[in-house]
Design a protein around this ligand. Structure first.
Ligand code: 3HC
Length: 691
């Protein structure tokens, strides 16, 4: 088997691409395809050509790993497409699995496209911070019209072959064997002349369509480069000859590809996939089968966690201590589903199906048959220890015992059981049915099998699982504590909270630290600070934020926190808070100074980076990329910045260290070491800096 096999079937030459796992357009693929076209050209008996993917898919796109190679080393997708479009004999793309990006562009340059009905077709380049760069922006609007093409290219989401057939993007749906159907189709169209070429068609689209798209991306893709390029190019497809649009596409593609935004998004694409790999755990690590789930606690977290499993069709038993709490929990889950149904994203039948999988109980002993039990009760060590002691006596042997703790020591929780190897932390993020992140907390004695099973389970419930070690706050919350401290200090020094938030909004975070604090509830941090001081025998904390809480301003839930909230729930600065801040500074002898947005953004972001470096050194996270994945899926860090660690790499670690020092922070030893050596976190991940 070669990278592109040539097999004659009567008068049809079949070219099969064998480049597992996803038949990306890697080096060797264009050469193989050209050789196939050469053969078809030279052999008079060959009347038509079929291009098909071997294995599980058609071409899933250009090879993203080659994006940073010098041009002469990267596979020439555009060159191949030019030849394919001009080819004198009919060509048929036979599509199964996914035809994405460059894959769909190859298919669009063929004379015809046939597909099995569950195949998916799309141009997802925008998700990588680029645009379709091999004719997609010019050909797709010529087939489906500019409006639909923009919808597909701006969302990046693929459509089903059945929908594509309705749009004329697929010429025939093949029932049964794809290759047989494709060869038959190729034979039937062998003599069609002139050959229909998409590049010779005109594209439909009115100025209103483009104006609406430009308005739309202000909300969906604020601050991003590629989406506006895509709109400009789709517009070109409707107004200029093909060649002009094709040339413009090439130059805008290069511009987008070489931007930090695309580097950030590509980093996250690979980091997300790397995060699923656990050092020292082979693919053959035994996993247990999870067919039923027990959840302790029907509050906001427990209910949200339950919904993930119900959505995946898994039966869930949920435990509470009192009937009214149980009833409330169930009612909230139902209400959430019914709201989804009202928006048309689920049928009433789906709601009932999910609710039918949910069994409420007041007796923890009912969890005796559950394959995994997740505790989601109040964040208190004694309460958790008590529950795990009981669970140890109830759960069947081999069941996974998980805690949804966001900060507590999972080793200590495991220590009360006789089976610490079965205990793990599964830290969901609120709202647990929405947020994609799952921190999988590996305790000292957690077994490899429990870890591997938990990672597979994360995938099953469509979460991005990231393995972290035990420490206060694990990765995400430990970093956010440092970040919140820094934000408080900025205000102490003289910044207005709204300016600090604006600095982070400017970086693309939907919420700055104070908007986030108000949303989460200021009383939570307050309680933690008071508790920690008490335990440490320190005086009662009395910072400006503590004083705000003591005025009853707890955040959005009281319509007043650092900001005021009206009907529109938009944060508005409050005069009383402004006064409280100036009194506080005066009392502390602080002369307020102007804090610029640049300083605020740097101090906040680099406080995350510095804590992240410590986390890496301590082995709490396996990779800098894992930290980035956590920040993007758990804390709203914009994916196009690649996460805080990638952002630091982009700024240059030497500059990060210099800035940290200028702002009076001590750079973490790993950060300093990498900066001194001219290294990056990405390089460290690849093993360059690790022993
Ligand atoms: N290039 C290089 N590697 C790729 C790749 C690509 N286009 N697509 C997937 N891979 C790799 C993944 O990194 C992963 O590698 P690993 O096993 O070493 O971690 C492996 O293939 C399998 O991928 P997934 O784990 O994602 O497998 P799934 O079955 O879950 O998903 C998929 C398959 C839907 C094809 C998904 O991988 C995907 O969405 N890939 C990206 C598709 C894409 O963005 N294509 C456009 C590329 S840009 C382009 O074409 C530019 C052009 O217009 C010029």
């Amino acid at each position: 088997m070669s990278i592109v096999d040539q097999i004659r079937q009567g008068n049809v030459l079949v070219l099969t691409i064998n480049n597992p796992p996803v038949n990306a357009f890697s080096p060797g693929v264009p050469e193989g395809l050209h050789a196939g076209l050469d053969a078809a050209e030279q052999d008079q008996a060959i009347k038509s050509v079929v291009i098909i993917g071997g294995g599980r898919t058609f071409i899933a796109g250009a090879d993203i790993k080659t994006f940073d190679l010098p041009r002469e080393q990267s596979p020439d997708l555009r060159g191949f497409i030019v030849r394919l479009d001009a080819f004198a004999k009919p060509t048929v793309a036979a599509i199964h699995g996914t035809a994405l990006g460059g894959g769909l562009e190859v298919a669009l340059a063929c004379t015809y496209r046939v597909a099995v009905k569950d195949a998916m077709l799309g141009l997802p380049e925008v998700k990588l911070g680029v645009l379709p760069g091999a004719g997609g922006t010019q050909r797709l609007p010529r087939v489906v019209g500019a409006q639909k093409a923009l919808e597909m290219m701006l969302s990046g989401n693929p459509i089903k072959a059945s929908e594509a057939a309705g749009l004329g993007l697929v010429d025939e749906i093949v029932d049964g064997d794809l290759l047989t159907g494709a060869v038959k189709f190729a034979e039937a169209h062998a003599d069609a002349r002139p050959l229909p070429r998409i590049s010779e068609k005109t594209a439909e689209g009115s100025p209103e369509v483009f104006a609406a798209a430009r308005e739309g991306i202000k909300k969906t893709h604020r601050g991003q480069l590629a989406p506006s390029f895509i709109i400009d190019l789709a517009e070109k497809a409707t107004t200029t000859p093909f060649q002009e649009g094709w040339d413009a596409e090439a130059s805008l593609f290069m511009q987008a590809k070489d931007s930090p935004q695309s580097r950030g998004l590509r980093h996250i694409f690979f980091a997300e996939r790397e995060a699923g790999k656990i050092a020292g755990l082979g693919k053959d690590t035994p996993q247990s089968e999870i067919k039923s789930v027990g959840i302790i606690g029907a509050g906001t977290m427990g209910g949200g966690i339950a919904m993930n499993f119900l959505n995946a069709g898994m039966p869930v038993m949920i435990v509470e201590t009192a009937q009214d709490a149980l009833d409330r929990g169930l009612a909230t889950i139902r209400k959430n589903y019914e709201n989804t149904a009202k928006k048309g994203r689920m049928t009433q039948d789906d709601v009932e199906k999910r609710m039918g999988l949910l069994t409420p109980t007041l007796d923890m002993a009912d969890l005796k048959d559950a394959d995994i039990i997740i505790e989601a009760v109040f964040e208190n060590m004694d309460v958790k220890k008590d529950i795990f002691t009981k669970l140890d006596g109830i759960a069947k042997p081999g069941a996974i015992l998980a805690s949804n703790t966001s900060t507590l020591d999972v080793n200590e929780i495991a220590s009360v059981t006789k089976r610490p190897e079965s205990v793990i932390g599964l830290h969901f993020f609120s709202p647990a049915n929405v947020m994609k992140l799952l921190e999988i907390v590996r305790a000292d004695k957690t077994s490899a099998s429990v870890l591997a099973t938990s990672m597979a389970l994360a995938k099953k419930i469509k979460k991005v699982g990231v393995v972290v070690g035990v420490c206060d706050g694990f990765v995400g919350n430990r970093m956010i504590h440092r970040y919140s401290d820094e934000a408080r200090q900025l205000v102490e020094a003289g910044a207005a909270p709204q300016d600090v938030d604006a600095a982070m909004n400017g970086l693309g975070l939907p919420m700055g630290p104070f908007q986030m604090g108000d949303m989460a509830g200021l009383d939570i941090g307050y309680a933690i600070r008071q508790h920690q001081a008490k335990v440490a025998g320190k005086p009662k904390p009395d910072g400006w934020l503590d004083r705000i809480v003591e005025k009853g301003r707890k955040g959005q839930k009281t319509a007043a926190g650092i900001y005021d909230y009206g009907e529109d729930r938009k944060p508005k600065p409050n005069a009383e808070v402004t006064q409280l801040l100036s009194n506080y500074r005066a009392e502390q002898g602080i002369t307020p100074r102007e804090v610029g947005q640049e300083e605020a953004a740097k101090r906040l972001t680099y406080s995350l980076v510095n804590e992240g470096a410590k986390i890496l050194e301590e082995g709490i996270a396996q990779r800098a990329g894992d930290i980035d994945v956590i920040y993007i899926y758990g804390y709203g860090f914009p994916a196009y910045r690649g996460g805080p660690m990638q952002y630091a790499d982009e700024q240059g670690l030497k500059n990060v260290v210099a800035d940290l020092e200028q702002y009076g922070q001590t750079p973490a030893p790993l950060l300093k070491q990498l900066a001194d050596a001219g290294g990056t976190f990405a390089g460290w991940d690849k093993g360059a800096g690790r022993g």
